[in-house]
Ligand binder design. Structure first.
Ligand code: GLA
Length: 373
């Protein structure tokens, strides 16, 4: 089964846009291994848009850009696989991709076979240049079927930016993750906007197919293709924590060849990744949701709970979670033994409530175990 847990990896778009090449992809694969990112769970190396020639060949096949990828995709794929990583590529449901390269419309089955021949393990499938007379859900069903019959396991990453009700059909169509919003940008307003749009989507993400909140901007610091302004390290931590709690795929978008230590520490917070990758794959509910003051609570496979406090507002706030509100009355005699997942420290036994003071845009995330003392 593909996508038992949310897919993790790196994608070229956020930082590099059209400026991609086989050397960039190889270097990134090397760094995924050498930095410990792969050990922490990141495995897909995904080439986004702008990788092909502008025209198909005489037999109708997609052709890699000769200048950017002179050795071709099979050689690159072999290199990525030799590192025990997985290889992801990109196409589009319309006539052209968003970057104006050939799309897969009316070539779905041939393209799926081509991707299989190249050893592709994930296909991101965009939604630009879709003819008006065709319904989007049909095109995602079509590519899902082409991939499912191509002879290779290829994870299907659907990307219709939340338009045309993807929550209603993407899982049923056979995709493994589906984009729930428009494109992320590397700034706080964008991160906050994406979080707000998840409010009604929690029933739709589960093992086999996850709500995709878009690639991470952690560590971009305003550089690159979607680097409009940048975030602080604290904001990146909050962004990462919410993506983890809400079961979003974790696709790194920064240039990991030049990331700083804080970025690496954020991206490899294994205690948070364990929440994201929890085998039960439950979505959290919002136990507190008050003008940007949020507490998400989520049951985990081993009986623990993940509890995240988030101050998305612009003023310092003290956020209080009454355990009564999440099913734990004091009269039961129980409280929580809690561990702080950013400080990597046990904070001990807590009864009745927890009140956490948080700076603007900051968060605190805990793993909690029901206990008597
Ligand atoms: C769309 C997608 C992005 C990226 C670009 C590439 O905007 O949503 O994630 O793939 O296309 O052109």
């Amino acid at each position: 089964m593909l996508a038992k847990t949310p897919p993790m990896g790196w994608n070229s778009w956020n930082t590099f846009g059209t400026d991609i090449s086989e050397s960039l992809i190889r270097e990134t694969a090397d760094v995924l291994i050498d930095s410990g990112l792969h050990d922490a769970g990141y495995e897909y190396v995904v080439i986004d848009d702008c990788w092909s020639e502008k025209k198909r060949d005489a037999s109708g096949r997609l052709v890699p850009d000769h200048k950017k990828f002179p050795s071709g995709m099979k050689a690159l794929s072999d290199y990525i696989h030799s590192k025990s990583l997985k290889f992801g590529m990109y196409s589009c449901a319309g006539t052209r991709t968003c970057g104006d390269y050939p799309g897969s419309l009316e070539h779905e089955f041939l393209d799926a076979r081509t991707f299989a021949d190249w050893g592709v393990d994930l296909l991101k499938y965009d939604y630009c240049f879709k003819p008006k007379y065709l319904e989007g859900h049909l095109l995602y069903k079509r590519m899902a079927m082409a991939l499912r019959s191509c002879g290779r396991d290829i994870l299907f990453s659907a990307c219709s930016w939340g338009t045309d009700g993807p929550e209603n059909f993407m899982r049923n169509a056979g995709s493994h993750m589906w984009r729930s919003t428009g494109d992320i940008q590397d700034n706080w307003a964008s991160v906050k906007g994406i979080v707000a749009k998840q409010a009604d989507l929690s029933p739709y993400g589960a093992p086999g197919c996850y709500n995709d909140m878009d690639m991470l901007v952690v560590g971009m610091h305003g550089k690159g293709n979607v680097g409009f302004g940048g975030c602080t390290d604290e904001e990146y931590k909050t962004h990462f924590s919410i993506w983890c709690l809400l079961n979003s795929p974790l696709m790194i978008g920064c240039d990991i060849r030049h990331m700083d230590d804080v970025t690496l520490r954020t991206l490899t917070n294994r205690e948070l990744i364990a929440i994201n990758q929890d085998p039960e794959g439950r979505q959290p509910y919002a136990a507190v949701n008050d003008n940007g003051r949020l507490v998400y609570v989520r049951p985990l496979e081993n009986g623990d709970y993940a509890i995240g406090f988030f101050n998305l507002s612009d003023s310092p706030s003290s956020i209080c979670l009454n355990f009564w509100d999440i099913g734990l009355p004091t009269s039961s005699g129980y409280g929580f033994r809690m561990r702080d997942l950013w400080l990597h420290k046990d904070i001990g036994f807590v009864r009745e409530y927890l009140r956490i003071p948080l700076a603007p845009h900051a968060c605190a995330v805990y793993r909690a175990k029901v206990a008597k003392s």
